[in-house]
Structure formats: C-alpha cells, structure tokens
Design a protein around this ligand. Structure first.
Ligand SMILES: Nc1nc2c(ncn2[C@@H]2O[C@H](COP(=O)(O)OP(=O)(O)OP(=O)(O)O)[C@@H](O)[C@H]2O)c(=O)[nH]1
Length: 215
C-alpha cells in the first residue's frame, strides 16, 4: 500500500506539571481545549499529518508527565526525539526557573542533533503574568532556541510554534541526508529513514497515559 506520508518525525513535550503540555497537544492535533487538569501518567502521544513545503509530514508527538515521580519513565523517550518543546507557564516563575533543569536533561538524554524551541504558555493570563516576555526571549537566545508565547486556551501561536519546530527538524534531517552518501533526496522529497512499523514500535511496551485529551 502506498505510504500516506513522506517522512515520520518524533517530537516531545517537556516541562513542569500543569504548564499546559497536554492542552498544547490537544489544541494542535484536535483543536480542543479542556479547562480541567488531569495529570499525565507517564507518557501519551498523538499523531498529526501536515504538509510543509510540499512534504507530507506525519508527526508523532509525545506528551510527558511533568511530575517528578515519572521522570525515570519519561527520560526513556528523550533518546528517540528529533524535536523538543520546552514549556513553561508565564504565570509561574518556578516553571520558568525549571527550564534550566529540563534543558540540562535534554543535553544529557536526547540526541545531540535534537532541535528545541522554548514556549511560554498561558499567554491569555496576562493579568497573572509572573514571567516577562523579555525573560523568555533572553533565555531562549542563551540556548540558541526560537521562542514563542502561546495560549492553548485561545489558540494563540499553536500552529506557529509546532510548525516552526517541525521545519527545524526537517531542515536538520535534510542537512544530514545531503551530507550522508547513499541517502539521497529523490525528486525533492525526503526519504523516510524510519522503519515501516516505526509508528507502532515501542508503544506496546511503554507506559501510556490514561488521560485522553482531557487537559
Ligand atoms: N488559561 C490557560 N490555561 C491553560 C492553558 N493551557 C493549559 N491550561 C490549563 O492548565 C492546566 C494544566 O494543563 P495540562 O495541559 O493538563 O498540563 P500538563 O503540563 O500536561 O500537566 P502534567 O500532565 O501534569 O504534566 C489545565 O487546567 C488547563 O486547562 C492556556 O493556554 N491558558
């Protein structure tokens, strides 16, 4: 059967509990938002297919639990990520301060070439803002990351941030493939380097969340 996409990518959402990772994912994949907070247990994932620069991209996005007690499980997922969204909540200074810790975990457990962006979520809560936008910008700049303030609630900058990360991953992938003899870019399309079962491998063995898009 013909493949339904040209390339399969894996992205990961990281950040403190309650910053809105699940809501960002639900908004991006299903255009849904729920106001309740049901903590993710371990990890969960959602898929979305989109077209970028004429390339049909299937993205597998892993949503991780922010709670400390799941860190052993969630760290196992860093290794296979090609793109990571580090999320803090603009109304929570501590979630912003902890980005340093999340970024250092990424350095330790994710592949060297992983692409990262920084997201300050809950931008709709400007009245309760604890982290000025400039601070987010500055931190992102220090890490060499792109920065977005988003709101899963109002759908602000959701497509923009996810799409930017996907573009960065595609760009890095293309660079790798161009540099690596034997893998050529045919007809201006990206060759899928993942196995046919890549969407499904590992899933059975992994702890999956009991939370189904009920942010
Ligand atoms: N005002 C506002 N609230 C949001 C936004 N995004 C998420 N929330 C709320 O924040 C709470 C936590 O959202 P979740 O998406 O469950 O947080 P999480 O980061 O996945 O949390 P863990 O699974 O525990 O790691 C929920 O009550 C959401 O409704 C947003 O953009 N604006």
């Amino acid at each position: 059967m013909a493949k339904q996409y040209d390339v399969l990518l894996r992205l990961l959402l990281l950040g403190d509990t309650g910053v809105g990772k699940t809501c960002l994912l639900c908004r991006f994949t299903d255009n849904e938002f729920h106001s309740s907070h049901i903590s993710t247990i371990g990890v969960d994932f959602k898929m979305k297919t989109l077209k970028i620069d004429g390339i049909k991209v299937r993205v597998q996005i892993w949503d991780t639990a922010g709670q400390e007690r799941y860190q052993t499980i969630t760290k196992q997922y860093y290794r296979r990520a090609q793109g990571i969204i580090l999320v803090y909540d603009i109304t929570s200074s501590s979630s912003f301060q902890h980005i340093v810790k999340w970024a250092s975990d990424v350095d330790e457990f994710a592949p060297d070439k992983v692409q990262r962006i920084l997201v300050g979520n809950k931008a709709d809560e400007n009245r309760s803002r604890a982290v000025p936008k400039e601070q987010g910008n500055k931190l992102a700049k220090n890490y060499g990351m792109d920065f977005f303030e988003t709101s899963a609630s109002t759908n602000y900058n959701i497509n923009e941030s996810f799409t930017r990360l996907i573009e960065l991953v595609l760009h890095a992938l293309k660079k790798d493939m161009d540099a690596f003899q034997g893998f050529t870019v045919k007809s201006n399309k990206y060759v899928d380097m993942t196995s046919p079962d890549a969407e499904h491998d590992n899933l059975d063995n992994n702890v999956k969340s009991q939370k189904a898009c009920t942010c």
